[in-house]
Design a binder for this molecule. Structure first.
Ligand SMILES: NC(=O)c1ccc[n+]([C@@H]2O[C@H](COP(=O)([O-])OP(=O)(O)OC[C@H]3O[C@@H](n4cnc5c(N)ncnc54)[C@H](O)[C@@H]3O)[C@@H](O)[C@H]2O)c1
Length: 265
């Protein structure tokens, strides 16, 4: 399907597992894409196979001037901006390991997580919206997480940041809907990326018990949803947070225990 012919997109965190898959899919649907990442090499690696349809841009989501420059460079290079996929997230493994509980988390870890994951998404909207509004249309897709709607034993800053993204999404949708802007969030469950497999190898088996589909999600599953939300086919959807998690939030909390007990009976 080529639903995005002639459109221009920015994908932040585009050097990573999900962002790179989204960039590939948007290009396959006809869009030209700025692949933006903190790590210049990963952005370049993701952009290279896409030729002239992609532009690699190094930027820091937490730095306002850097986000502004990303948007301006994209418009200067491709001539317009129709789609913003805010997808970058704080990935520093040392800081991630300290993102623990309300009592134990160092406040610097909280602040850094919020500045990349939440302020970074606001900045993307702040600088992209004027271009979209003057064109009369735009679609913003923010990557939240299932962690933004449920508590967990660790990662209080990550989960809180993802909850804030869901609220930010509704505010942007509300404030600019009349000007042709749609803004939606996606809330992935466990998606098998190299980053996830490296940081939490044992988690996979535990989570598998709660996934209703007979497989885990992949970056291409996310890319398909983002492409739909970017396209006119989702023209009546805005302000939503859409779970993409193999049904892991659809069942009773005791589902996995009951299934195991029934299997043993
Ligand atoms: N993989 C999963 O299971 C899963 C589940 C739920 C939500 N998510 C979300 O999906 C998104 C993509 O995650 P992923 O799994 O592809 O991980 P990833 O680590 O591969 O991607 C994140 C990208 O963000 C970039 N980044 C980090 N700090 C940045 C900064 N300051 N400025 C610009 N870029 C920065 C990283 O370099 C990396 O390329 C994230 O928002 C993540 O929270 C992932």
């Amino acid at each position: 399907m080529r639903r995005l012919e002639g459109r221009v997109a920015i994908v932040t965190g585009g050097g990573g597992g999900i962002g790179a898959a989204v960039a590939r899919r948007l290009v396959a649907e006809g869009a030209r894409v700025a692949i933006a990442d903190l790590i210049e090499d990963s952005a370049r690696r993701a952009a290279e196979p896409l030729g002239d349809m992609a532009l690699a841009v190094q930027f820091d989501a937490a730095a306002p001037e850097s986000v502004k420059a990303l948007v301006e460079r994209t418009v200067a290079h491709f001539g317009r901006l129709d789609i913003l996929h805010n997808n970058a997230a704080m990935t520093d493994p040392v800081l991630q390991a300290q993102d623990t509980t309300a009592i134990d988390i160092p406040i610097e870890v909280w602040n850094t997580t919020m500045s990349i994951n939440v302020t970074g998404y606001l900045l993307g909207c702040k600088y992209a919206l004027p271009y979209m509004i003057s064109a009369g249309a735009g679609s913003i897709i923010n990557t939240a997480s299932g962690s933004g709607v449920m508590g967990d034993l660790a990662r209080i800053a990550y989960g809180s940041s993802k909850g804030a993204i869901i609220a930010l999404t509704k505010y942007v949708a509300t404030q600019y809907g009349q000007q042709g802007i749609r803004c939606n969030a996606i809330a992935p469950g466990v998606i098998l990326t190299p980053a996830l497999e490296a940081t939490a190898p044992g988690l996979k088996e535990i989570i598998k018990r709660h996934v209703l589909t007979n497989r885990f999600g992949t970056p291409d599953d996310i890319a398909a949803l983002v492409a739909f939300l970017a396209s006119d086919e989702s023209g009546y959807i805005t302000g939503e947070s859409i779970g993409i998690n193999g049904g892991s939030l659809a069942h009773q909390p005791h589902y996995a225990d009951l299934a195991a007990a029934m299997a043993g009976a």
